[in-house]
Design a protein around this ligand. Structure first.
Ligand code: PRP
Length: 204
């Protein structure tokens, strides 16, 4: 049985679609309800719906054999897992954004609001720019509007959230997409099943 952690939400449903087309379907997963675990002994899979930012924790600790996770989470938390392949879904970018027309005053420490302090710190450190990180858990776009921060570092997909809040992207930090990851120890003894999954999703 292959234990697979899927990120709850729209992306997870897309990811499950990939798995299903690769021959790892589990029809029970389509049933309405609040159940979080689904299995299909015929295809040898057990799926869990996990909060997207927790997928890598389940995989790193071996509660799941494999999982689907955004590259943003891998860069931010650097979990000790194998990154097996890029699934080509969940494409977006990590970017610096600011109020339209914002000019940086390099004489002052830059206040940066973000859910991704490590990514932001590494980026500004490579520019030798001194920053003060304001760690938030969501709605990051509010921070510069309310003068909690000067700028923000966040995920930009369509750019609509920025635009509708009087903000604009200033610079891209890194391109993001969803990755298939595996627990390092489990990979060794479930290598055949896991590689069959990798080849299956790659060919879809
Ligand atoms: C994400 C991200 C941006 C938004 C970007 O937020 O943090 O706010 O999507 O998408 P867009 O460029 O297409 O507008 P999410 O919906 O995950 O919620 P959050 O604000 O709670 O992080």
């Amino acid at each position: 049985m292959l234990n697979i952690a899927l990120p709850k939400g729209r992306l997870g449903e897309k990811a499950y679609g990939l798995m299903e087309r690769a021959g790892f379907g589990c029809p029970e997963i389509h049933e309405e309800g609040r159940k979080l675990i689904f299995e299909n002994s015929e295809t040898g899979v057990r799926y869990f719906w996990v909060k997207p930012s927790d997928v890598a924790i389940y995989v790193e600790r071996g509660a799941a054999d494999v999982g689907i996770v955004g590259k943003d989470i891998l860069l931010e938390y650097e979990p000790d897992v194998y990154e097996l392949c890029d699934l080509g879904i969940g494409k977006c970018r990590m970017a610096v954004a600011a109020p339209v027309g914002y000019k940086d005053n390099t004489a002052q420490t830059l206040r940066v609001a973000t859910k991704f302090p490590n990514i932001a710190r590494a980026f500004f450190s490579s520019r030798s720019r001194e920053i003060d990180i304001i760690k938030l858990n969501g709605s990051i776009e509010l921070a510069p509007i309310l003068n909690l921060s000067d700028i923000l570092v966040d995920i930009v997909e369509t750019g609509t959230t920025l635009k509708e809040n009087g903000l604009e992207p200033v610079e891209d930090i890194v391109q993001i997409s969803s990755r298939l990851i595996a627990n390092k120890a489990i990979y060794k003894f479930k290598i055949d099943e896991i590689e069959r999954l990798v080849q299956g999703v790659k060919s879809r």
